[in-house]
Ligand binder design. Structure first.
Ligand SMILES: *Cc1c(COP(=O)(O)O)cnc(C)c1O
Length: 358
């Protein structure tokens, strides 16, 4: 069976060797030495001013909304994972959907200003499949209208844009280290910011609002990463460059094999150094997508409709006029990509695709 993704695992002995440090100390959470060490490594790797590890990639989005004091409407993309929208609603704000660009698949920056009202407090956009939003245009709009900017950068580990980490844009960026993501800690995530004050607020929020024992700075939640997660991160981290290189070869093979077929690939924004995290293709229409999915499934190959549905269709969001997102979400299919997927398997997948699509 070939699944759409598969978690990368280091050798079990390597995980155990790191884990032993937690065992020896009888210390499993509350920012122990493994989490602190992983934080330092990631900060250097990503060239981040402030980076804090969390127990998943959704809580830092919610904490960012809380810490920035956002109220009212937040402009966002309907083409993302549900966590982007649900975090807005969970924090008592209203998502206002702006359509996406038909080729980049990120929020269409030219349509943002028309959606701004007196109640708008922020823009929360996703760098879709690791493809950066038009961050310069969004920054200009944010400054002009006094809005905050949060990037859901869950897919962006290792992505650079204009020669620097994509995490350095916006007031704050969040990342996910879920088992299915390129770099992972089983479950996990982080936020990255250059703003010391904001970082401090988010830090307090992520630890119950504690400001020392018996002292509370604010309301809080528990979003701390555990030492077990930290150990997985430390065991996976040495492989990061290898993971990206292996995925690059898979992506290049798909590109070569699918050249000339009636399907479209994502257009990467210029000046992007991508991480090869996903392999989405856009089919001619939904029928073709369903036909292709079934054909692959009959051969024990599993793809994923990602992202589907367009998030304006959730039961708890308002209707929105976002025809591009509606259309794309019905036609987009993510093909299998993971470390350990062989070139021969990619060949089997692409020859099945060629039997359906010409
Ligand atoms: C994975 C993902 C999240 C959520 O991250 P978790 O670590 O699973 O909580 C949020 N946004 C996007 C775009 C994602 O792909």
């Amino acid at each position: 069976m070939i699944n759409v993704t598969r978690a990368f695992l280091p050798k079990q002995e390597e995980y155990q060797a790191v884990l032993k440090r937690a065992w020896d100390k009888h210390w499993l959470t509350n920012r122990g030495e493994l989490v602190l060490e992983l934080e330092t490594k990631l900060k250097h790797f990503l060239n981040a001013s402030y980076l804090t590890l969390t127990t998943n990639g959704t809580l830092p989005i919610q904490i960012a909304i809380k810490a920035l004091g956002l109220k009212g409407e937040i402009i966002t993309t309907p083409f993302s994972y549900v966590a982007t929208t649900s975090s807005i609603v969970w924090e008592g704000c209203t998502p206002v959907f702006v359509d996406i660009h038909a080729e980049y698949l990120t929020i269409d920056e030219t349509k943002i200003e028309a959606a701004i009202t007196a109640n708008t407090s922020a823009i929360l956009a996703t760098h879709v499949f690791g493809n950066p939003c038009h961050v310069e245009a969004i920054e200009k709009i944010a400054i002009k209208h006094n809005l905050k900017v949060i990037y859901d950068a869950a897919h962006c580990f290792g992505v650079t844009y204009n020669g620097q980490s994509i995490f350095n844009y916006g007031d704050v960026s969040t990342c996910s280290f879920h088992a299915t993501k390129l770099f992972h800690t089983g479950e996990g995530g982080c936020w990255i910011t250059n703003n010391e004050d904001l970082n401090k607020k988010m830090y307090h929020h992520h630890n119950f609002g504690h400001d020392g024992p018996g002292k509370f700075y604010s309301v809080g939640i528990n979003a701390k990463m555990s030492e077990l997660q930290g150990a997985m991160g430390l065991a996976v981290f040495p492989y990061v460059d290898q993971l990206i290189n292996e995925r690059k070869i898979i992506v290049e093979t798909y590109n070569q094999e699918l050249e000339g077929l009636n399907l479209k690939r994502i257009k990467l924004r210029e000046q992007t150094n991508w991480n090869y995290s996903y392999y989405p293709v856009l089919l001619k229409d939904e029928n073709t997508l369903l036909k292709l999915m079934a054909k692959l499934q009959n051969n024990n190959i599993y793809t994923r409709r990602y992202f589907y549905p367009s998030l304006n269709n959730l039961s708890y969001t308002n209707e929105a006029d976002v025809p591009v997102s509606e259309d794309v979400s019905k036609r987009v299919l993510c093909l299998p990509i993971y470390n350990g997927l062989s070139i021969q398997e990619v060949g089997e997948i692409t020859s099945l695709i060629k039997s359906v699509i010409h």
